[in-house]
Design a protein around this ligand. Sequence first.
Ligand code: ZN
Length: 194
Amino acid sequence: MTESEALEIFKKAGGYLEGHFLLTSGLHSPAYVEKFKVLQHPEYCDALCEGIAEKFKDDKIDVVLGPAVGAIVLAYGTARALKTRGIFMERENGKFVLRRGFSIGPTERVLVVEDVVTTGSSVFEILDALPTERAEGRIAGVGYLVDRSGGKADFKVPRQAPLMHLDLPTFSPEACPLCAKGMELTKRGSRKLA
Ligand SMILES: [Zn+2]
């Protein structure tokens, strides 16, 4: 899957919104990514998971692991494409742990999946929370849908593979060209488009 094919899926599903958005950071942006608008469609979700799986098909993956909640469907979809197990970690007292009878064997090769990486903090936490040491060769890599980090999120794994990179500009309200044009501001996550 090429970057433009992945972006096309986001656009078709209404998960890539263009307009004038107020982000939780207080900054303004001309575009916003709403991942679950895309992942709610099994055919789009499957296509994206197959795109991630394709990047790791020769890595002898034993288990695909994602952080709850966003990456649960990605872990299962990617695992299906790779014919492996798909599991997730969830927070308990603020820390990611394996629950529900999930476990990872000491020699199993792990592929970590995520949806949108901005700072990558969830992925870093998952890597640090793995039940045994991060031995070389055990973590095959990190596959994810969108890199919004501008190249800043570096997981230091053998392979780090987003389906697409999005470098979306953000502006302070005083310096926002869309405000200057008088364009109506949409709150992040709202269905209403400016
Ligand atoms: Zn603005």
